[in-house]
Design a protein around this ligand. Structure first.
Ligand SMILES: [Zn+2]
Length: 316
């Protein structure tokens, strides 16, 4: 798989709904994702470990502890992961991951609050970490083949002054650039403006030089044919031309539309400050749309673990 995560269609995936309602099943789900079939000590790495059990009943002890025979460490699956930072039950984490990964537009913290009957603050904590897990990891390959590029404006703020257009340029909404590989992945980012300089820089960072670029007729995109080896085609929306052969920007426009409907319909508008987090979620869902629901959930769970040390709440 492109992103390098090793997904197995194991029994674990079918157990996700159970993990959402039963704490023991949830703990075992997260243990499986973390350690696979070889649980190991979080302190010394030894695999000489065992589940601590109640002497009378033989059941796992109430704290679901593990113990290492080599270094005597006692630990749970939470230690050293994002789940360690909160006391929220793992079944709620499982449910939030599941919901965030199985709907096209994700899920809001408010919905998680209602369904899990946890505080809004806890639900926000959960969703912020899940969205962070979905953030691109920075080493994704550049897009290639036929790539549609377009910019749009997303966000909450309405124009403050009378007479200012409610859409597009000149408003205080946030400009967002997006490049989409036909039948492939997308790269989306917030940009400071939509000048040729800014959009070209974004294009160079996200798209391979071999690609063929398709845009609308916006003046910011003039001169691309000289740079991109696959050429540059533009559809002229101004003259009501939307499709010419395979030249269109329908894919990128549909992803913009999905984000806009999600931001308004599910998240009830998002300020510029937090927009990037929501884009991580939309982009993760789009880029992994060919996985099944369980595989997508497992991918996000695994990504959460790997990213923990980089998380800085004050920045993101
Ligand atoms: Zn140990």
């Amino acid at each position: 798989m492109k992103n390098g995560h090793n997904l197995s269609r194991s029994v674990v995936i079918e157990n996700i709904p159970l993990a959402c309602s039963d704490e023991l099943a949830a703990v075992e789900f997260f243990e499986k994702q973390r350690w696979g079939n070889t649980p190991c000590c979080i302190r010394c790495g030894s695999v000489n470990v065992y589940q601590m059990r109640d002497a009378k009943t033989g059941e796992r002890n109430s704290r679901l502890l593990w113990r290492c025979r080599d270094c005597k460490e006692q630990y749970t699956v939470r230690i050293g992961t994002v789940y360690e930072e909160s006391r929220i039950e793992l079944r709620h984490w499982a449910y939030a991951f599941w919901r965030a990964c199985t709907s096209k537009k994700g899920v809001s913290a408010l919905e998680i609050k209602r369904q899990c009957q946890i505080s809004y603050k806890s639900a926000l904590f959960l969703m912020n970490r899940i969205r962070f897990a979905m953030a691109p990891d920075g080493d994704s390959p550049k897009l290639t083949g036929t790539v549609e590029c377009d910019e749009t404006y997303i966000g909450a703020r309405k124009p403050r002054h009378f007479g200012v257009s409610k859409r597009g340029r000149g408003t205080t909404k946030t400009p967002v650039f997006c490049a989409v590989e036909r039948d492939g992945e997308l790269r989306r980012r917030i940009v400071p403006d939509v000048t040729a300089k800014t959009l070209n820089a974004a294009l160079h960072e996200e798209v391979d030089r071999q690609a063929r670029i398709i845009t609308d007729e916006g003046s910011s995109y003039r001169g691309l044919a000289k740079v991109w080896l696959g050429g540059h085609e533009a559809v002229c929306h101004g003259t009501r031309e939307y499709v010419r052969g395979d030249i269109h920007t329908n894919t990128v426009e549909s992803t913009h539309a999905l984000v806009k409907r999600g931001i308004v319909g599910i998240y009830h508008n998002v300020s510029r400050e937090y927009l990037h987090r929501y884009l991580w979620q939309f982009d993760f869902l789009w880029n992994n749309r060919k996985l099944n629901d369980g595989e997508r959930t497992v991918l996000a769970v695994k990504a959460a673990e790997g990213k923990r040390l980089m998380y800085r709440p004050s920045v993101n």
